[in-house]
Design a protein around this ligand. Sequence first.
Ligand code: OAD
Length: 229
Amino acid sequence: MKKKKIVILTGAGISAESGISTFRDSNGLWRNHRIEEVASPVAWHDNPLLVLDFYNIRRKQLFEVEPNAAHCALAELEKKYDVQIITQNVDDLHERAGSTKVMHLHGELKKARSTADENLVYELDSWELNWGDKCEKGSQLRPHIVWFGEAVPMIEEAARICMTAEIFMVIGTSMVVYPAAGLISYVNANSPKYYVDPMASRIGDISNLIIINGKAGTVIPRLVNDLLK
Ligand code: OAD
């Protein structure tokens, strides 16, 4: 029998209980820089060492943290459902928890790519990416991240996937960064849409929206349990 399709949009909040700080809960600042000023093509042009440092610190932290109960519960959902995760997160905690279909809208921290050819993408086996690390064509490598001001290459495919959702979930995202935040509007009006976040509130005129104010690590295992019954 064909499995029911669940599409899940996740943000920084799902990884908060693993020990990765979210963007906007910490005032969106890093060493007194606004995140937007570090994660941008302009920053890369003006101060690449600062940008490399910013992502190296994040990558190092990623090697030290583990998936939490929410990531693990979502992996369990695959027992009964066709689950597609669309994450804004650049960590690999969904994959490490066992989820098999994960789309990274904003890139991946453990990958680097060539500044000369965006198709040359490399897995990093250590946390450090340095100035002078080059691709096979001899050009500097940059973090494989979609920066502010850059296009989101997978957004059209993500929108198509959202159209097929029979159940939709939004977990741990402030829903302020577009185009990701707009994906919910592609979901069928009749499909239930759960929004799990301690700060969740109504989103425009979205129908069948079920708001659950709570932490992902507590709420998601319960919700998954109910869906698996
Ligand atoms: P934000 O930092 O904007 O929002 C994090 C959300 O997580 C907030 O709504 C919190 O209330 C919620 N939250 C905190 N703790 C939680 C918990 N334990 N369980 C569930 N939710 C919790 O992060 P994003 O919405 O992911 O882009 O930000 C979107 C994008 O903006 C990011 O992908 C990043 C950022 O700048 C790029 O880097 C391109």
